[in-house]
Design a protein around this ligand. Structure first.
Ligand SMILES: Cc1ncc(COP(=O)(O)O)c(C=O)c1O
Ligand SMILES: [Zn+2]
Length: 415
């Protein structure tokens, strides 16, 4: 079981609390667990088999399992990237493929949990801002739950993502700004207007969304022994990175992992929108981070283009407390990294995910990652969702007449 505590005024609420922010002061709510009460159950749960995220129900904030809205999210594979690892000069590179979740990104975990809780709390309308991946997940899961969804998107969303959201039955509204945080602020007001459920995947909007990302850490713990030395993740709002860290600290609290074993966590952004990297590098206090938006978005990594890292409260310590780092890479490096990943390992990911491979390359070159380090990168979103930038760097198909001679000669040139 869990409780909700207000970060600002310490108000405590139980599982029946319907609000997503503090009912007294609108402060951010954090979810807390009674670790002593769940310790025994947790020992049963961590049995070395990775089946799906709802396996970890005793460690998730949902009161009644009958409210679970699921499509088999989580339980994602870790694969060894031997070719790419060798190419980058690493003895071991592992990839956890979150892109193969039901709607094509790691956000399915967060939205499966958030939708289940919305059902439990009897909401009938969900609203979110999204650069596409959250929107697709919200539309898909809420449709299953019989909840209506409105997805407000910035004007830079890839067409594939927009089509996907509409196909799942979400109502898409394009807001004429490239800034997802501006759209999220609009959502906050609309949520009040309609008494709706806020599904923006950042804890200040919806405290449940951060919790599901912890299951990625739980699965890594069950899949890889000993734990990797380094884990690399993309950063938009910072919820993914923050929740990974929260998951590992849960494992410490439960006595499964020693604090020293927690992998060094690396957060990656695109150079053209890197408020999180700037905040870490310049050691900004949280207050300043949350009040100083990045000014000009200049990147193809639209899923990471949050001008304020709304989950900085969890994401900054994730890097600092684990001895990790934050790094930004150029779009050219990201596109090149994506090509390497897909052509060497058969894993086609979107640019906002491929920043991690570009970052590993840089960090190896800089000597921050040693060749003996065991590195795990998350692959967060499928490449099928964002084709326009990738199209520019792949060779166009070769056209011939239906002639054996032409076919033979063209294939000879390729092999
Ligand atoms: C594919 C992909 N990777 C990474 C992220 C970053 O997650 P977060 O916003 O929790 O930092 C996002 C966020 O939208 C995403 O869509
Ligand atoms: Zn409060």
């Amino acid at each position: 079981m869990f409780t909700l505590r207000c970060l600002r005024c310490n108000f405590l609420a139980g599982v029946e609390e319907r609000g997503l922010t503090c009912p007294l002061c609108h402060g951010q709510l954090v979810i807390e667990y009674d670790y002593d009460a769940i310790a025994e159950k947790a020992r049963e749960v961590f049995d070395g088999h990775v089946t799906g995220m709802w396996k970890y129900l005793p460690l998730l904030p949902l009161a009644d399992m009958r409210n679970i809205v699921t499509m088999g999210e989580g339980g994602t594979r870790v694969v060894r990237a031997a070719n790419l690892g060798r190419y980058l000069g690493l003895s071991q590179l592992l990839l956890k493929i979150e892109a193969w979740n039901p709607t094509g990104s790691h956000k399915d975990r967060q939205i499966s949990l958030a939708t289940s809780r919305a059902l439990e709390l009897r909401y009938q309308l969900a609203l979110t801002s999204s650069s596409g991946n959250v929107g697709a997940a919200v539309a898909a899961y809420t449709s299953r739950a019989g909840i209506k969804s409105v997805i407000m998107v910035p004007n830079v969303i890839p067409e594939e993502k927009m089509i996907q959201i509409s196909a799942y039955g979400g109502f898409v509204v394009v807001v004429d700004t490239p800034d997802n945080v501006e759209v999220a602020n609009l959502v906050e007001k609309l949520v009040k207007e309609f008494g709706a459920y806020d599904m923006v995947t950042a804890a200040p909007h919806n405290p449940y969304t951060l919790e599901a990302g912890r299951t990625i850490a739980f699965e890594i713990f069950e899949q890889i022994k000993p734990l990797p030395d380094i884990i690399v993740t993309p950063v938009g709002g910072g919820g993914l990175l923050g929740s990974l860290w929260k998951g590992f600290t849960d494992l410490v609290k439960l006595g499964f992992v020693d604090e020293k074993e927690i992998p060094r966590l690396v957060g990656v952004q695109a150079e053209g929108c890197q408020p999180f990297v700037r905040a870490v590098r310049e050691r900004w206090p949280l207050e300043k981070v949350l009040n100083t938006p990045w000014e000009q978005i200049r990147t193809i990594c639209t899923a990471l283009a949050d001008t304020i890292p709304l989950d900085a409260m969890a994401a900054i310590p994730a890097v600092k407390e684990t001895g990790g780092t934050a790094i930004a890479v150029s779009d050219a490096e990201t596109l090149e990294a994506g090509k390497l990943l897909s052509s060497m390992e058969g894993i086609f990911a979107e640019p906002s995910s491929n920043v991690c491979i570009a970052a590993i390359r840089r960090l190896v070159e800089a000597g921050w990652i040693k060749s003996s380090d065991r590195v795990l990168s998350l692959v967060t979103g499928t490449g099928l969702k964002d084709l326009r930038s990738i199209r520019a760097v792949i060779s166009p198909p070769t056209k011939i007449r239906p002639s054996l001679g032409e076919a033979v000669s063209i294939i000879r040139q390729f092999i």
